[in-house]
Every structure is written in structure tokens, then in C-alpha cells.
Design a protein around this ligand. Structure first.
Ligand SMILES: Cc1cc2nc3c(=O)[nH]c(=O)nc-3n(C[C@H](O)[C@H](O)[C@H](O)COP(=O)(O)O)c2cc1C
Length: 248
């Protein structure tokens, strides 16, 4: 039987404890079930699937099994769809309902192919489709991922809406997440590339030393996600030893 979580309840509990949810971002090719399981074991409270195209998910059983795999313990989980049509989004959400705790509509993908087909950032010019936006990225579509996020704009959004807000952009350490929470009073802080480098980012140790590295590589040998395995190893090599606190 699938474990289920009430996401709004999680936000309420975090707020009552004057805390925020640690969130693993949607990441194409990466935030699959193995990676979600891993980061969850290091204090990530909420995870997203990679972006899934809603129309092919609805039309094609093969696309469904390729794009979405899960386990009974794969929760709290939000499935992210890319859709340019409300019916596709609703139909895909119904299909995934037994296996997920929520769905997310991608409004942030700035890639040219997505914009051309009316997905991702293209939806930002259609506010009527996305009037319940809960995830806010701190950069505009034309800004590079290396540019600083706009913390003031994020705070304004957090102060202006009543739905829970997850903020993201540039989170590399637990201190970064704490800082953004202090500055914005948000409900959740999401990390993407930072978690690829350090899946224990939200863990109190603030770094991936030898223990984590071994645990992760042990898990990798039990998965079949070879593309991700390679990238994972490369990311680990990229962490300077001085940034780890558990030794090699
Ligand atoms: C490898 C990779 C894949 C991504 N795939 C998605 C995706 O499927 N959907 C999405 O909304 N954002 C995607 N993003 C964007 C991230 O969710 C996040 O908003 C962005 O990377 C900024 O956060 P960061 O500074 O913590 O990396 C992806 C980012 C990376 C690095």
C-alpha cells in the first residue's frame, strides 16, 4: 500500500514549528525514484519528479512506464507535468493520483523548444492558467542560472499570497537555505544543482564526506540508472575536500 502524505499539512506543521520544508527540485534525468529515495534519507522533506510531458503521458502506456516509476515509500512526492492545455494536465493528474501526493505545472522551463510549444515559462504570460502558483524561482526567464536571485522579490511574493510558497535558486548549503528562509519567511526552500553535488545538503552535517559518499555509491550499485550514476560520480569529484566535514 502506497504511503500518502498531506502536503498542505506538512507546510502547516513546518510553519507551526517556525521552520520550512526542505525540497528537492524537479530535475530532468535526475530526480527519479532512486535519487528521491537518497535525498529523503538525508532530511529532504518533499521531492519532485522530473518534468513529464502531460500529453504523451496520457496517450501512451510506454511513456508512462518510462517517465514515471515509484515505490510504496516514495512520498511525499509531487509529480511535475509540462502542459499547454488544461485538459492534458487534469487527465495526467488523474492517472498519477494513486501514486503521488500532489502535482505541479511547470511554469519555469526557459528552454526554446518548451517556450515554442507553449510549455514552461510560456505559461507566465497566461496568468489565467496558473492562478495558484506555489513555487517561485528567484530569477526571470532571461537571467542566467549563475546570476544572483532576487531575494526582495521573493519576499514580496511570500508576503502577498496565502498559499504556501517554495522559493529556489542558488541553494548550495544548509546555511543558504536558512538564510533564504530568514529573508523571505517562505514555507519551503528548494535545491536542484546543489543536491546533485551534495545529496545530504539539507542534512545537519552540511557536507558529503566519506560516509555519505560510500552510502550513495552503494545505493547506486543497486540501481539501473547508469546515466545518472556517471553524473553523480562526477559531481562528487567536483566537491573540494575543504567543503566536507566528515573526512574522506
Ligand atoms: C539538471 C537539471 C534539471 C532540471 N530539470 C527541471 C525540470 O524538470 N523541471 C523544472 O521545473 N525545473 C528543472 N530544473 C530547474 C531546477 O528545478 C531549479 O529551478 C534551478 O536549477 C535553480 O535551482 P538551483 O540553483 O538550486 O539549481 C532543472 C535543473 C537542473 C540543474
Amino acid at each position: 500500500m502506497k504511503v500518502r502524505n498531506d502536503i498542505s499539512q506538512l507546510f502547516t506543521i513546518a510553519k507551526a514549528n517556525q521552520n520550512y520544508l526542505n525540497v528537492c527540485a524537479p530535475m530532468v534525468r535526475y530526480s527519479k525514484v532512486q535519487f528521491r529515495t537518497l535525498v529523503r534519507s538525508y532530511d529532504t522533506d518533499l521531492t519532485f519528479t522530473p518534468m513529464i510531458l502531460a500529453d504523451s503521458f496520457c496517450q501512451n502506456a510506454k511513456a508512462r512506464s518510462n517517465e514515471f516509476t515509484t515505490t510504496v515509500n516514495d512520498s511525499p512526492l509531487i509529480v511535475q507535468f509540462a502542459a499547454n492545455d488544461v485538459n492534458d494536465f487534469v487527465d495526467a493528474s488523474k492517472l498519477v493520483y494513486p501514486y503521488a501526493d500532489g502535482v505541479d505545472l511547470n511554469c519555469g522551463c526557459p528552454q526554446r523548444w518548451a517556450m515554442k510549444d507553449g510549455y514552461g515559462c510560456a505559461l507566465l504570460s497566461k496568468p489565467e492558467v496558473i492562478h495558484e502558483l506555489v513555487k517561485v524561482h528567484g530569477r526571470t526567464p532571461i537571467q542566467k542560472s549563475s546570476e544572483n536571485i532576487d531575494v526582495h522579490a521573493l519576499r514580496t511574493v511570500c508576503e502577498s499570497v496565502t498559499v504556501p510558497v517554495i522559493v529556489n535558486g542558488g541553494i548550495k548549503t544548509l546555511s543558504d537555505a536558512d538564510y533564504l528562509y530568514d529573508q523571505t519567511n517562505c514555507n519551503g526552500v528548494m535545491a536542484a544543482s546543489g543536491l546533485l553535488v551534495n545529496p545530504a545538503l539539507f542534512n545537519q552535517w552540511k557536507g558529503c564526506g566519506g560516509f555519505y559518499r560510500r552510502a550513495w555509491l552503494n545505493r547506486l550499485t543497486t540501481t539501473e540508472c547508469s546515466g545518472w550514476k556517471l553524473s553523480a560520480r562526477l559531481s562528487f569529484r567536483a566537491v573540494p575536500k575543504s567543503q566536507t566535514n566528515l573526512g574522506a
